[in-house]
Design a protein around this ligand. Structure first.
Ligand SMILES: [Ca+2]
Length: 198
């Protein structure tokens, strides 16, 4: 008489099962580690970089919405003289000044600064967007519509490594350029400045 097939796991089957469970566990662990690593990496992105990206998008959206840059006199010369992100220029993006943003659109939001750094802060009565070192970001916009902006790292008063000057492009292909003065709080010293174009 033929014996019914046994359901008892052979050592080989048990080993295969253990390998499968181990493989699944390994994959889950890898996914978890990858997610943790990515989250840590995103968190570690310098705040100035994130703020400048947000500003760049906000100014681009403003231009699409109103078919121009905010009507601020200083912006007309920003390709040779960068403008700090403060006052009406900032309020235009936040939707807080009707003559520059009649639709009241909030093109960007920023957190409040903590002890004057990394966020919206008041300089007297004037609202400003501060970088991680408590200074305003600087803005240049393409005012002659050639989608290029002169590189401020090559301005005559710019202080940086001569080797960087040698390889820096004279013109930046962009309609908006932003930079932070860096830890030394001096916009003209470029070794520590954070820039939107590099
Ligand atoms: Ca600097």
């Amino acid at each position: 008489m033929q014996k019914p097939p046994t359901t008892e796991a052979t050592p080989f089957k048990r080993q295969s099962c253990l390998i499968t469970i181990g493989g699944c566990f390994g994959i889950i662990l890898m996914i978890f580690i990858s997610a943790w690593f990515f989250a840590s990496w995103a968190e570690a992105l310098p705040k100035p970089r994130r703020d400048m990206n947000d500003l760049k998008v906000a100014f681009s959206h403003y231009r699409v919405e109103y078919d121009s840059w905010p009507e601020i006199e200083a912006l007309k010369n920003s390709e040779s003289k960068p403008v700090p992100i403060r006052g009406k220029l900032l309020q235009a993006l936040l939707g807080e000044v009707s003559e520059l943003n009649p639709k009241g659109i909030s093109f960007v939001r920023f957190r409040q600064a903590a002890q004057g750094v990394s966020g919206l802060a008041f300089e007297g009565d004037t609202i400003a967007l501060h970088d991680a070192w408590g200074n305003c970001y600087w803005l240049m916009v393409d005012s002659n519509h050639d989608n290029r902006i002169p590189n401020p790292e090559l301005f005559s008063d710019a202080i940086t490594d001569p080797r960087i000057k040698l390889r820096a492009p004279k013109l930046i292909s962009a309609s908006v350029c932003l930079f932070s003065s860096g830890p030394d709080k001096d916009p003209k010293t470029w070794l520590d400045n954070a820039c939107s174009w590099r």
